[in-house]
Design a protein around this ligand. Structure first.
Ligand SMILES: Cc1cc2nc3c(=O)[nH]c(=O)nc-3n(C[C@H](O)[C@H](O)[C@H](O)COP(=O)(O)O)c2cc1C
Length: 220
């Protein structure tokens, strides 16, 4: 067992530990718009859904040396973004959009992706993606000297017909989302298992029944 205080770990190692320990991470494939009207696209695996009311997602952008990445600069200029979920068939194209292209170059074009106009935001979305969430920036927080943590409220949802099941559930076998591991590795979402929620023993049988009903209703 290694027991380490952060202050004793070299800075270069900390990134490797974070991306190696916190796995798998979902990937938010984020479209933004520059002040000059150029659409930008980049993947971020410091990404998650963080609230349901209002529906909110968050991602973190680490500066490139002493400069903001295009995504951080763009959300400062146009505080909107569209986040897409990366399915297996789009993984290669997602990877192409992480290249360090100049701000005047659109990754949509570089990766051969089709931009569609946004409905609730000015930022375009990827036609080929099965999930595209149009968001308005709600918080833009600097974390330490070199990271922007950006939260956005989801204003509009684009969900491919093929991924929806009955009762509004999303079929993971149709979505085929990929996650990011450490290094250059990714994971699929095909190997899954279910676990029943615990039923808390209680002397009052009505509360057990109520809990069981609640757990069943909440089951994903
Ligand atoms: C799967 C994947 C996940 C990534 N996650 C992050 C991340 O969470 N934060 C970050 O700053 N960069 C991340 N990157 C690198 C950015 O995508 C890359 O720096 C990109 O060029 C930023 O684009 P921009 O300058 O257009 O904003 C990731 C790259 C890949 C391939």
């Amino acid at each position: 067992m290694a027991d380490l205080a952060t202050k004793d770990i070299p800075k270069t190692e900390i990134y490797k530990l974070i991306i190696g320990c916190i796995v798998p991470r979902p990937i938010g494939w984020v479209a933004t718009l520059g002040a000059d009207g150029v659409a930008n696209l980049a993947p971020f695996s410091f990404f998650n859904g963080v609230a349901n009311n209002p529906p909110t997602v968050a991602f973190s952008v680490i500066d490139r040396g002493s400069e903001l990445k295009d995504t951080s600069r763009n959300v400062g200029d146009v505080p909107e973004f569209v986040v897409h979920i990366v399915s297996e068939e789009l993984a290669e194209q997602m990877n192409q959009t992480c290249g360090d292209y100049g701000a005047h170059i659109s990754e949509f074009e570089q990766a051969g992706l089709t931009p569609l106009p946004g409905t609730a935001v000015r930022v375009p979305r990827i036609k080929e993606a099965k999930v595209a969430l149009e968001c308005r920036v709600s918080h833009n927080i600097r974390v330490g000297p070199s990271c922007s943590h950006i939260l956005g409220e989801v204003l509009f949802w684009h969900l491919d017909d093929g991924i929806l099941m009955e009762r509004g559930r999303v079929d993971p076998d149709k979505l085929r989302a990929v996650g990011r591991m450490g290094g250059l590795e990714y994971t699929r979402t095909r190997d899954r298992f279910a676990i029943d929620r615990p039923v808390i023993p209680d002397e009052d049988p009505r509360s057990v029944a109520a809990y069981r009903a609640m757990a069943l209703a909440a089951k994903p």
